[in-house]
Design a binder for this molecule. Structure first.
Ligand code: HEM
Length: 428
């Protein structure tokens, strides 16, 4: 165990050539070389930043995503979208109180829909309300969300019986393969239709601050399929991990009235009667600690992608021959009792200790490390912290009766199995 952990940590610490094997973690214990064709179709190895091998393609597409979507300048350009998103979320919760009084609200329903809208604005320029797809007809926003996000996340949870009987892996699982092929086909059809609509705008020289226009102009070396996958990558990555972190943080705050009050006092002492904004985040250490503590306890990507040694190397004192695949597991690291006192307790105070550098986003290894560390951490932090701060500033949160026990998780990103239901009361 100790040996495995050392290799895990050393793997992250060392800037070393490796490659990603699969985008979806449920497939991460299997080399893509052994995946049936249909599963490779879904993960589309070699088409996205997150799943491509470390080579010239990866360097190019990472440059694109940083320049247009996730880098500091791009994040400044998308600021208006984030502000609108937070304002909409607050408006929706107020509308819930107005219409339903003290009936519990489903946090996820409100948050996820707005987050998806933000991802669409960043990638295709607007929160698309409907699109005409040749193969599927006219689709509503709800149907687009289903095809681009929900169905694909769900299929990643499907049980493939062959995983329980590895020696029977040679038998094809036609049902699963057909399902995955169908989902991939639908996803590609929707992305193609959206790109087509955007291309019309590009030729009519309507300038838009979005990834699709940028890729159509700057990504001449990319195929249509690669452009579709790069856009979809931002949509799917933006829509889940930030939501999972925000939901768990709100669950813990709604459960712990004292800690919620402490956060409220901090926000009020800095913002007073103003609404919290991104500029204020650097003055709110407790809010930041809430974010990091949630990432530590509910790490959204606990099992990232396999690494593959391109060349012989030495890591943490171990000789790793070329061709070795290394499975990395973050579970142990963020919940390690040797590293953290009472690791099962949600306690933001642990990050207020002077030994943690406030500017270090990698206090835990929730965002990975080294060359392949998460590129979206700034966006995740800006959205989650501003939303959590604002929601506590606007409302008092209390869990619905029986909700406290709902701590089961599901899926590849540690999502709360039962969406959080809370009773909210406007503070003013
Ligand atoms: C709380 C939220 C998030 C967490 C915990 C998280 C975590 C991670 C982890 C663990 C990795 C793999 C790192 C490794 O293998 O060493 C990763 C990669 C990546 N993430 Fe995130 N992520 C989050 C949000 C986002 C968002 C909002 C985006 C933006 C769309 C994003 C985009 C990416 C990309 C593009 C990569 C691939 C980087 C590369 O391979 O060079 N992430 N993320």
């Amino acid at each position: 165990m100790k040996h495995k952990m050392m290799v895990q940590i050393a793997t992250l610490a060392k800037d070393w050539r490796f490659r990603y094997q699969a985008m979806v973690t449920r497939f991460s214990s299997i080399s893509t070389r052994k995946l049936p064709k249909a599963l490779s179709t879904l993960t589309s190895n070699k088409c996205m930043v997150v799943s491509s091998d470390y080579d010239d393609f990866h360097i190019t597409v990472k440059r694109h995503i940083i320049k247009n979507v996730l880098g500091p300048n791009a994040q400044k350009r998308h600021r208006g979208h984030r502000d609108t998103m937070i304002a909409n979320i607050v408006k929706d919760f107020h509308a819930h109180v107005k219409n339903n009084g003290i009936q519990p609200v489903n946090f996820r329903n409100v948050f996820q829909s707005e987050l998806f809208g933000l991802a669409m604005k960043e990638t295709v320029g607007s929160d698309v309300q409907s699109v005409y797809v040749e193969e599927l007809g006219r689709l509503s926003k709800h149907e687009i969300f289903g095809i681009l996000f929900k169905d694909l996340v769900e299929v990643a949870l499907d049980v493939d019986w062959r995983e329980f009987f590895p020696y029977l892996k040679w038998i094809p699982n036609k049902t699963l393969e057909r399902k995955i092929e169908r989902l991939s086909f639908r996803r590609q059809a929707v992305m193609t239709a959206i790109i087509k609509e955007q291309s019309k705008r590009v030729t009519s020289e309507e300038e838009m601050n979005c990834y699709v226009n940028y890729l159509l102009r700057e990504g001449k070396e990319l195929t249509e399929k690669q452009i579709a996958m790069l856009l979809w990558e931002v949509i799917i990555l933006s829509s889940d991990t930030t939501m999972v972190t925000s939901e768990w943080a709100m669950y813990e705050l709604a459960k712990n009235a004292k800690l919620q009050d402490r956060l409220y006092q901090e926000v009020q002492s800095i913002c007073s009667s103003d609404k919290i904004t991104e500029e204020k985040l650097c003055q709110l250490p407790y809010l930041e600690a809430v974010f990091h503590e949630t990432l530590r306890k509910y790490t959204p990507i606990p099992i990232p992608f396999l690494r593959f040694a391109h060349e012989d190397t030495e890591l943490g004192g171990y000789y790793i021959p070329a061709g070795t695949e290394i499975d990395i597991n973050f579970y142990g690291c963020n919940m390690d009792e040797n590293q953290w006192e009472k690791p099962e307790e949600w306690n933001p105070d642990r990050f207020l200790d002077k030994k943690y550098d406030r500017n270090d986003m990698h206090k835990t290894i929730a965002f990975g490390g080294g060359k392949r560390a998460c590129t979206g951490y700034q966006q995740a932090m800006l959205i989650a912290c501003t939303a959590i701060g604002r929601l506590v500033q606007e409302f008092q949160w209390r869990l619905e009766d029986g909700e406290e026990e709902n701590v089961d998780i599901v899926g590849i990103i540690n999502q709360k199995l039962h969406p959080m239901h809370a009773i909210i009361r406007p503070r003013n």
